[in-house]
Design a protein around this ligand. Structure first.
Ligand code: GTP
Ligand code: MG
Length: 207
């Protein structure tokens, strides 16, 4: 897919602000600091459309980015950041939960995990949640530039084993050197067309 336009549209702090427009959503979810906003920028070839930070907990709202006027990239607040108060964590948890339950046009959720670390209890919970609600997802292993090629292969197999997933839906990526970013685009194109077919019996599926 060729990105012609990409713009930040707005942020939602509560469910009444969620986008209900019938447009496929591609969702970036995962622990705080895992690289959600960075991957979104890398995919769109933009340096700082989504704000990134060394300080975890930067993304506190549900942030919407409209791409080619045809699909949304949605940057979710990260979970599991200990330094944020329990109350605030609960608020974000509720917001994310509401977003996933109330958004009818989720094409796929990119669930991000750091390739270097074993999944946390939160990661496992999130994946079980997606399986339970039958929301399509891809597992994205971030920061692959931090490992050697052979370690990347090993870790991908390890994540597949831990979650009992087919390795085909797991992608190793790096926003720093763009490794794997094209594979994520292939998934976006695939899910975009699948979603459009579900949404309308439409001929207008090119993007
Ligand atoms: P929250 O908004 O707090 O939930 O974090 P986030 O998941 O959006 O993470 P963000 O994209 O802000 O990245 C966090 C830190 O990791 C930043 O310092 C990034 O520069 C760094 N980072 C993200 N992706 C990569 C990557 O692929 N490789 C390397 N080396 N660093 C990365
Ligand atoms: Mg972020």
């Amino acid at each position: 897919m060729h990105v012609k336009t990409a713009e930040y549209t707005h942020s939602a702090a509560k469910p009444s602000q969620f986008v209900k427009r019938p447009v496929p959503h591609f969702v970036f979810a995962g622990r705080s600091n895992v690289g959600k906003s960075s991957l979104l920028n890398a995919l769109l070839n933009r340096k700082s459309l989504a704000h990134t930070s060394k300080t975890p907990g930067k993304t506190r709202l549900v942030n919407y980015f409209l791409v080619n006027d045809r699909l949304f990239f949605v940057d979710l607040p990260g979970y599991g950041f200990a330094k944020v108060s329990k109350k605030e964590q609960e608020q974000w948890g509720k917001l994310v939960d509401a977003y996933l339950r109330e958004t009818p046009y989720i094409a796929t959720v990119f669930l991000l995990m750091d390739i270097r670390h074993d999944p946390s209890a939160h990661d496992k919970q999130m994946l079980e949640w997606l399986l339970h609600y039958q929301i399509p997802f891809n597992l994205i292993l971030t920061k692959a530039d931090k490992l050697s090629k052979s370690q990347v292969i090993r870790q991908r197999a390890q994540f597949a084993r831990i979650f009992g997933l087919a390795p085909e839906i797991i992608f190793a990526t790096s926003s720093a050197n763009k490794f794997g970013v094209q594979d994520v685009w292939s998934q976006i194109t695939h899910h975009y067309h699948r979603m459009r077919e579900l949404m309308f019996d439409s001929k207008e599926t090119s993007c």
